[in-house]
Design a protein around this ligand. Sequence first.
Ligand code: DNO
Length: 385
Amino acid sequence: MEKTWRWFGPNDKITLDMLRQIGVEGIVTALHHIPNGEVWSEEEVNKMKNFIEDHGLRWSVVESLPVSESIKYGGEDRDDLIEKYKESLRNLGKAGVKTICYNFMPVLDWARTDLEYPNPDGTSNLYFNRAEFAYFDIHILKRDGAEKDYDPETLRRMREDVAPLMDKDAEKRLVENIIVKTQGFVNGNISEDDLEPVNKFRSLLELYSGIDADQLRANMAYFLNAIMPVCDEYGIDMCVHPDDPPMPILGLPRIVTCDADIKAFLDAVPNPHNGLTFCAGSLSAGAHNDVVELARKYASRTHFVHARICKVQPNGDFKESSHLDPRLIEVVKIFEKEHPGVAMRVDHAPLMLGDDKMGYNAGYSFHGRMLALGMVSGIMATVNN
Ligand code: DNO
């Protein structure tokens, strides 16, 4: 696999010169300064491409070219937005940037409740606590009918373990973790400058009232069918990121969560340019998924790999696990054998050795990811020797 790294542009504290020193071959990035829904012009695309190439690297993958909410819920302006999306794809295609990661998650991109969950060795990881998430949904967001989306044990933990610890500060932290700090930097809906994130979030949720999983699936197929001619013309591979976590949340449908979902969107638009980002981490955050089996099954339709893995607890909480987890070793082996040229980046590594003081985007530490890249590179080397 090609060793790539998610880099957030010229303002990223981790520079391209640093990345060359640690064995990175290709860059995964986006034009983060262009607002969601606007065209990525040829000029802006080339500026980024040249900047990367001037540092001896290549722009391997776009993550993400964001799909506007209106395309997802099927708003009146979706055809205009799809035309703009196609224009951005053409400009990327002309520049030779041909692997495009996106997601089709309504409103919320990925979700975690804790961004610095302490490990016994002094490092920390991202963590998803289902009972804290239920507290956010029921007591902070105050979503109608939210209680019935949680099992009795989660509700008990919420009442007995979470609620007594919740004061104004703890609630604020939970809001920041779930809808602010994990979203802004991935061109999500809520940014650090939003003064009333919860209210804004509530109005975003309303956009999806009446949209169920079938409707969302139909909207995804509509979008893919519309852009495939451009992908055919320029040889562009689209790769959808699985839903993280892979299950419906906050009353929103989610449609890339499991084997059947993956099969459904691939079958709905049977074009080889319609493919998957194999994020082993997102898929493994659902106890229903056998991530090794999925890698075997979908390696040939995968255009981009995210190397990380989660451990799900019996109560449904999950934590990012080591990049040397035996399941991840298997996944890396499968891709290295079946799809040796595919771009791969490590993801969501621990905060360690001072990473926590650097203000990196959540999940995107330097030392933690460098160690993870070393681990995954080692696995790849053993497969090839
Ligand atoms: C989080 C990421 C996601 C991912 C997007 C792709 O760390 O895995 O934000 O980049 O969902 O569109």
